[in-house]
Design a protein around this ligand. Structure first.
Ligand code: BES
Ligand code: ZN
Length: 907
């Protein structure tokens, strides 16, 4: 058991277990909050009506609170006795129904954790998920207590002209003058019951872009995007994305906007990306602000999906919420699935949908698979936690979305929509579990594989770890048959030594010699079916025999990545080249190219003893280079798809393919591969650049952004080739491109090409970039991260990071800035971070400790940089372990960081 480590009061850092769930002893029906907003001392008057939950044995009321100054407690208007226990306010001998009035104060300006009520740029914001409401007032701060809120905000009128909270504005007007002049108030009433984590308020000097819309159903709504004055010219894309989101949820799932007014507010100090507070979403500026001068295509596309994500929570999360935080994937996995589908549905072309799918799978495999194989591995529905903030993970989100996607695969797209309808019929307005969701999808589709296999399917919720799918194919020329054997296994994870078989939907096809899909007929069938089919594995080992096959086919397995598994199949290079040239499934076509690159990289890493030798070795064979040339020259493939195929697997992904990881070695091999691609394909890179670099008037659509991406990767390789040959033409052109660019994507790609080839011109370009954008914090974040994420040359990056931390623009208190400098270095630049002299680890441990005192959530995320220490080669392994142990030895860690560090050490 852990000692108490949180500065929030005495007691023990408690492990919370899912199995211990108990319904609340009291319900809170209404909450009437009145805020007197002041940065130093905000007064909060909280009047609630409560009643005992008759289904639970009578017991005292225990209200959560954190860093609050308690001034008064009244029950039915009378003073009452109370006690404080482990930070909770405890009231005994209460009537069955009563009014409770609590008066507290807090200091928002000192709130560097950015949880609860805090100040950013002289405005007030709140962040309550998961357990931040208790930093605003004493409450039953748990998602299954849903109440009706009315909120009055009172503040200085000149400093805080805009006063916002959830729901509808019902009154506003002047108040008596305060010591600093005129004051005013606004009263908001939320027509929907909600859990406390969806409460929000905002107050400050803000301006809004407004849009009135009429939905299909004929209802009028007001959409608003609030930003600081001066940022209005960067709100159009967020507004358009919001309008698309409203239309999409109504069209695809019949889910309408249920509020007269829907608001998004941007803040530059935010721990996460964005938050779905009812009717008042609060966003990190990074996911709102964009115009062509300051934001890249990637930023535009992220804004679209984050705006969609938070909007979609209005139904999946807010109307139906989580019973407890173990059910987090109920809302997050489902809503990620929905935002992924939204972004795909906004694509005009099928190829653009495929590109989005590839990008999503790439995130899953480079971030979630390592999590599932490391010390923080946990099921999509975890069994225990110490700090819930640590469980907003890629497993809950991305793997959770894949679990929902598998359900859709098993019941079909229409069946899934029917399942969603049943889910809302059954559970609208309630706090429910992942079981309730899966049951609704299955019950709406009684004849489906999901319904038939539901208990086994739900192992995806309870078992951690990434299953491996071992495939073998045998062609029998005499019988004209092809037998595919599929075997599944899953390695143990912390606390789960043995796993039961999963339900794994596998889409597959067979390619003939001519590259066409063969008709598929199983030996049990009387007639063939065309193209792709989906088989559903339930056993450890299953065999499928396809008949009437004239020559040995090449199997294309797991098309579209129908399950979050690792597919092991001993493809020959020739087979992979065949798939890369012909597969009708774009996902597997891309995957074939990745496998070819991974195989060659892994061979080089295993066979070339040290990194210095790797740097000047030919890692890639001619067949691969030739295939890449064919892709670049292909007349009909999309630019965006070409960019994905030509992008080598990341160092992190390569590390996952190895049992022992030497980050320097991986980096040297991958750099050698990049250099080889650059030089061997130089003429083609030139042609591709010339054909794609002019995309006309800027719009962030998939076609033109694909062309900009391809031009960008071409430029990077042209600069790399120039570095090798001593050529000055392309670096010069690149600098010119940097200067002349008409949009941030082209400008940033040119700058990145100079930086990533370590060209001397990069220095002046970086200086110019900073001068141009010194008043644009989001661009300055890019400026920082480009430098801290640059390829390490002889250990130059760590000193640069230390230098950048002294820059006047740096601040450890701003999460975006901290991530762009420190996280990019520790988590996005493995070869710079994992140094032979252990200085990267020393730096990491200092920053984790320093940051933990300011913002535990941000610190705990950084703490995860060394999750996979036990896979490292020596001396990295021992040195990383020592660095973790140094952090663990601190007695003043937050429970956030302590949980991560303790898990990393395997305790
Ligand atoms: N509900 C979360 C925001 C959140 C996460 C609040 C953790 C408190 C703790 C929100 O819906 C979310 O998931 N945001 C993501 C972005 C999204 C597009 C995946 C985020 O903030 O990273
Ligand atoms: Zn979410």
């Amino acid at each position: 058991m852990l000692q108490m480590l949180d500065g929030t009061g005495p007691g023990a850092a408690v492990v919370i277990n899912r199995a211990d769930y108990l319904a609340p002893a009291y319900w809170i029906d209404t909450v009437d909050l009145c805020f007197d907003l002041d940065p130093v001392k905000t007064r909060v008057l909280n009047k609630m009506t409560l009643r005992r939950n008759p289904e639970v044995p009578a017991q005292p009321l225990r209200l959560d609170g954190e860093e609050l100054n308690l001034a008064r407690v009244l029950v039915n208007g009378q003073g009452t006795s109370f006690k404080m226990e482990g930070g909770q306010l405890v009231l005994c001998d209460l009537p069955d129904a009563f009014q409770l009035e609590i008066f507290t104060t807090t200091c928002p300006s000192k709130n560097t954790k950015l949880m609860g009520l805090y100040v950013s740029n002289d405005s007030f914001f709140t962040q309550c998920e998961a357990e931040g409401f208790r930093r605003i007032t004493y409450f039953l701060d748990r998602p299954d207590v849903m109440a009706s809120y009315s909120v009055t905000l009172r503040a200085d009128k000149a400093k805080y002209p805009v006063l916002l909270s959830n729901g509808n504005l019902v009154a506003h007007g002047p108040l008596e003058d305060g010591p600093n002049g005129a004051r005013h108030f606004a009263k908001w009433v939320d027509p929907h019951r909600k859990p406390s984590y969806l409460f929000a308020l905002v107050a400050g000097q803000l301006v809004a872009r407004e849009q009135r819309i009429t939905t299909r159903a004929g209802q009028d709504h007001l959409l608003q995007v609030y930003v600081r004055p001066g940022d209005l010219d960067k709100t159009e894309h967020a507004m358009v994305s919001l309008m698309h989101s409203v239309a999409w949820d109504e069209a695809r799932f019949g889910l309408k906007l249920d509020l007269e007014r829907f608001m998004i507010v941007a803040t530059s100090d935010f721990n996460m990306g964005a938050m779905e507070n009812k009717g008042l979403n609060i966003f990190n500026t990074k996911y709102v602000l964009a115009n062509q001068a300051t934001a890249t295509d990637v930023d535009f596309s992220n804004i679209e999906s984050v705006v969609g994500h938070e909007y979609f929570h209005n139904w999946t999360g807010n109307r139906i919420t989580c019973r407890d935080w173990f059910q987090l994937s109920l809302k997050e996995g489902l809503t990620v699935f929905r935002d992924q589908e939204f972004s795909q549905d906004l694509c005009a072309a099928p190829s653009a949908r495929a590109v989005k799918r590839i990008e999503d799978v790439r995130v899953l495999r480079t971030a979630q698979f390592p999590e599932d194989a490391g010390p923080m591995a946990h099921p999509v529905r975890p069994d225990s936690y110490i700090e819930i903030s640590n469980f907003y993970t890629v497993t809950i989100y991305e793997k959770g979305a894949e679990v929902v996607r598998m359900m859709q695969t098993l019941v079909g797209r229409e069946g899934f929509a029917k399942g969603m309808t049943l889910y809302f019929e059954r559970h609208d307005g309630n706090a429910v579990t992942c079981d309730d969701f899966a049951q609704a999808i299955a019950d709406a589709n009684p004849a489906s594989d999901l319904s038939r296999l539901l208990p086994q399917f739900k192992r995806w919720y309870s078992q951690a770890g990434t299953p491996h799918l071992q495939a073998q194919g045998v062609y029998d020329a005499a019988a004209r048959s092809y037998t595919l054997t599929l075997a599944q296994s899953c390695a143990s994870t912390p606390g789960q030594p043995a796993k039961e078989p999963f339900v794994i939907p596998v889409s597959l096809g067979l390619l003939g010699v001519d590259g066409q899909d063969l008709p598929l007929q199983l030996d049990s069938e009387t007639a063939p079916a065309a193209g792709t089919r989906t088989v559903v594995l339930t056993q450890e080992h299953e065999t499928f025999t396809f008949v009437n096959i004239d020559a040995e086919p090449v199997p294309s397995i797991l098309r579209g990545f129908t399950a979050p598994v690792v597919l092991d199949f001993a493809y020959t290079d020739a087979q992979l080249l065949h798939l890369l040239a012909h597969d009708s499934d774009p996902f597997n076509r891309w995957e074939a190219g990745q496998r070819l690159a991974v195989n060659q990289a892994v061979n080089a890493i295993k066979n070339i003893a040290i990194s210095a030798d790797a740097a000047c070795t030919n890692v890639l064979n001619d067949a691969y280079l030739d295939a890449m040339r064919q892709v670049l020259r292909h007349p009909s493939l999309d630019s965006a798809f070409k960019d994905l195929v030509l992008t080598l697997p990341s160092e992190t992904y390569l590390a996952e393919q190895l049992d022992v990881v030497d980050p320097q070695h991986i980096h040297a091999v991958r750099e050698a591969m990049r250099q080889q691609l650059a030089s061997a394909l130089q003429a083609d890179w030139e042609a591709v650049y010339e054909a794609n670099h002019d995309t006309g008037a800027y719009t962030p659509d998939p076609v033109s952004s694909g062309r900009r991406a391809l031009a960008g990767i071409a430029l990077t390789h042209l600069c790399l080739a120039a570095q090798a040959s001593g050529d000055t033409v392309w670096p010069g052109k690149t600098l010119q491109r940097f200067k002349d660019a008409g949009n941030m994507t082209d400008r940033f790609n040119a700058l990145a090409a100079l930086v990533s080839s370590s060209h001397p011109l990069a220095t002046q370009a970086l200086a110019q970039f900073h001068a141009m954008f010194k008043d644009e914090p989001l661009v300055i974040d890019k400026w920082f991260s480009l430098q801290t994420g640059a390829p390490d040359r002889g250990g130059n990056i760590l000193p640069a990071v230390r230098q950048l931390m002294k820059h006047t623009d740096f601040s450890l208190k701003n999460p975006n800035r901290t991530r762009s400098v420190i996280s990019t270095f520790c988590q996005g630049n493995p070869a710079a971070f994992h140094r032979l002299d252990a200085a990267g680890y020393q730096f990491w441990s200092e920053r984790v400790i320093e940051l933990d005192a300011i913002n535990p959530q941000v610190a705990a995320r950084l703490a995860r940089a060394l999750d996979r220490w036990s896979k490292l080669a020596e001396p990295y392994r021992s040195q990383a372990h020592q660095a973790i142990a140094r952090v663990a030895a601190r007695t003043d860690l937050s429970k956030d960081t302590h949980e991560v560090i303790t898990r990393a050490l395997g305790q």
